[in-house]
Structure formats: C-alpha cells, structure tokens
Design a protein around this ligand. Structure first.
Ligand code: AMP
Length: 402
C-alpha cells in the first residue's frame, strides 16, 4: 500500500475492556488500518484487525489478562511490524475521551497536566476515563515522537446554556462538585450536523437540526446554528433515552425504593440501571436491536413493548427539542440502530407526524448498511439518515496539532 504521500492519524478509542484503533487520512477519510482488541483483562483477551477498507480480517489471541497497554504493545510490535510506509505516514495520535468535564471544549495536546485533569474527571466517567488514561500513557511511550491529542465526547456540548445543563439541585452540587449535565457522543452529533447542513446546502452556522445517535448507547442533540444547545445524556451516559442495557430517564426515587424496600446494595442498583435495563430489561432476551425487531416480527410481546418504548421515548425527546430550536431544518438518524433500522425510523416518523414528517418508504429502505439519504417525501419536514464517522472527527482534531 502506498502511503508515502499521505499524512495519517492513529485514532485510539479505549473502552473499559476494549481498544478500537484505526489509521486514517484526516482529509480524505481513507482508512488504512482498523481493528479491535477486546475482552481485555480477561483470560480470552484477543485482537483483530484489517488493512485497508476491505482487506482480510486477521485475528490473534493476546496473553491471558492482557490490558490496554499490552494490546497497544501488540499493535506497535506485531500488527505494524514491517509496515514502514504506514508508520512513516503517521503525523499524530488522536485519543477519544468520554468526559473532559468543563475543562475542554476543543481538542487538546496531551501533557502531564492534561493527564492529571483526566484523572480528576474519573468520577464523571468511572468506567471510561481510567481506560483512556491507560491507553494515553502507553501510546505516549510507544509512539513517543508523535503529538498525542485528546478529543472529547463532551466538548461539543459545552455550548449548552445553563438552563439546559443544570439540574434542579442545590447550587453547591454544581459549583463545588461539578454535578451538571455534560452530554456525550459529541463527535458524532457534530459530524452529522455538519453533513446535514451540507446536504441542505446551507452554512452549518445557520442550520438547526435534531440529531439522534442511536447505538448501544443512545442520545439526541438539539443543534442550533451549528452548536449544541441541549442533549439527552447527562452527567453520565445513563440519562435520557432508553438504551441497549441502560434505563435512561427514571424517577430517582426508584433507587431509594430498591435500596430501602427491596434491600439492594447501591452496587446492585448501579448494575441493574446500567447493565440489566433498557432493551434487555424489557425484552428479557437481548440488548441488540436486531433481536428486538426480529422478536416484533415473530409476535414476541416483550420485544414489541421494548420496541414501542424505545420509539415512543425517542419521539418525545425529539418533540421537546422543537422548544430548544424553534425552527428545525432536519432530523438526522445515525449510529448502528439509526443507520439500519427501517422499522424504528418508520415508527418514529409516524409518531412525529404532528411536526410534518411523512416517510418516503423507498428512501427509508434505501438508507441502510452505510448508505445515507433523505427518508421523507418532498413536501414533508426533512429527515435524513447519515452514517456517522467519529474516527474521522478525532483524526481531524488530532491533525490540527501535527
Ligand atoms: P453501535 O453501538 O452504533 O455499534 O450500534 C449497535 C446497535 O445497532 C445494536 O443494537 C445493533 O443491533 C444495531 N444494529 C446494527 N445493525 C442493525 C440492523 N441491520 N437493524 C437494526 N439494528 C441494527
């Protein structure tokens, strides 16, 4: 592969037990390498990768219990071994960080002080930020000649007004302890908002869209004149929409009820709300949206309820953002569910009929598996499917420092 004239960025996304990586050209978006290390810290830790956009998938077992550092070492020593052209093309490393609190509204070059701030933000993202730190520290050692840049999921939402980001809680919880809504999936909401403006043929600074990022985690965002003014996730990714295994909005008193009346420990409550609720909790079977829609088709009542709840709650959130935006130029669906589930999009547009949405059935059928498009008829309010590209936004953020 000829990468000699290329400038590329290594993009790293460390989850609690996984590490996604990619090498991409920040201008063209061309992907030269992509891969995933998973089951990290467990005996079955493994890594898989492919060169190019449709190269053969390769796989290897990592040593039992391998962590993010071991996975990155494998990437540097084994996967990239002999790939001199690709290594030479690297101009920066971009790291996805879930929560940068109020400290960062733009990508930032990593130094020791920035690492300390990420450490300080651990209470805001207890599962993610420690994994990010492992990845950042290992990558800084292994790719020491490159600038390392952090790109935050929360940054795009730093433009939310206080009326949207504050909780109606005592003031000191915010001012002394940072208890507020931060929002997540910022890189995705930003990317599809910019694309939507392009498709509408108008400057993003004058474009109002509602963006729905619907994957295992899911959030909606109200984007006014290109800036986030409200979003459904809160201080953590638990708030807002119903998700794969997360409950989204519930009455907080349910926590007291579970502890005081049912004898749950707080850890058990945390586990139920984060890992056993959402689509999984209601269907009793699966957190995977494909399983839910299959269940609906087979007449499974629990799957049908999970589907109905997911769509109803999503439509209610979207409707509420008409208040945030006043004028809405388009609604955008993205993420694994948003980009693929015709059935969900069709139902949500039906629920949003009072706002002027009319599905274009053929358009909806065509917008799947990586193909975007308009899914409403000519004189309807506009809804688009736009495949997201968070890696590209991270690569572009990092390339600014190259
Ligand atoms: P993500 O977190 O963005 O990778 O999205 C994962 C979610 O997308 C899972 O719930 C998948 O079931 C869902 N998904 C992926 N492909 C499809 C599809 N063809 N139809 C419906 N849902 C899908």
């Amino acid at each position: 592969m000829d990468t000699s004239k290329n400038q590329t960025v290594l993009v790293l996304n460390c989850g609690s037990s996984s590490l996604k990586f990619a090498i991409i050209n920040p201008e063209s978006g061309q992907q030269y390498l992509s891969g995933l290390a998973e089951a990290l810290t467990l005996p079955e830790a493994q890594i898989s990768w492919r060169f190019g956009e449709d190269g053969d998938k390769q796989k290897a077992a990592l040593p039992s219990g391998a962590d993010h550092t071991a996975a990155l070492t494998f990437l540097e020593e084994q996967v990239l071994h002999g790939q001199q052209g690709l290594l030479d093309s690297l101009v920066a490393v971009g790291h996805r960080v879930v929560n940068g609190g109020e400290y960062f509204s733009e990508p930032v070059l990593v130094n020791d002080e920035v690492e300390q701030i990420i450490e300080k933000c651990i209470p805001l993202a207890p599962l993610h930020n420690p994994a990010h730190l492992l990845g950042i520290r290992a990558a800084r050692r292994l790719f020491s000649s490159l600038p390392h840049v952090l790109v935050f999921d929360t940054a795009f939402h730093q433009t939310m007004p206080a009326a949207a980001f504050r909780y109606a809680l005592p003031d000191e919880l915010y001012h002394e302890h940072g208890v507020r809504r931060y929002g997540m999936h910022g890189t995705s909401h930003y990317y599809v908002a910019v694309k939507a403006a392009e498709w509408l043929g108008q400057p993003v600074e004058e474009t109002n869209v509602i963006t729905a990022h619907l994957g295992n985690g899911a959030s909606v965002c109200a984007v006014k004149n290109g800036k986030s003014v409200d979003t459904s996730m809160g201080m953590t990714p638990l708030e807002g929409l119903m998700m794969g295994t997360r409950c989204g909005n519930v009455d907080p008193s349910i926590v007291f009820f579970m502890v005081d009346e049912l004898g749950y420990t707080l850890d058990q409550v945390k586990d139920v709300l984060n890992k056993k609720s959402g689509l999984l909790g209601i269907s009793g079977k699966t957190s995977d949206f494909r399983g839910i829609t299959q269940g609906v088709e087979e007449g499974d009542e629990n799957a049908k309820l999970a589907f109905d709840m997911f769509c109803y709650r999503l439509a209610k959130f979207i409707a509420s953002y008409y208040v945030s935006l006043g004028r809405v130029d388009a609604l955008v669906f993205t993420g694994g569910i948003g980009e693929n589930s015709l059935m969900m999009r069709s139902r949500v547009l039906e629920l949003l009929a009072p706002f002027g949405f009319v599905e274009d059935v053929k358009g909806n059928e065509a917008a799947r598996f990586g193909n975007g498009g308009l899914i409403t008829v000519a004189d309807s309010a506009k809804a688009f499917v736009i495949p997201t590209n968070e890696e590209l936004v991270i690569a572009q953020g990092a390339a600014r420092f190259a």
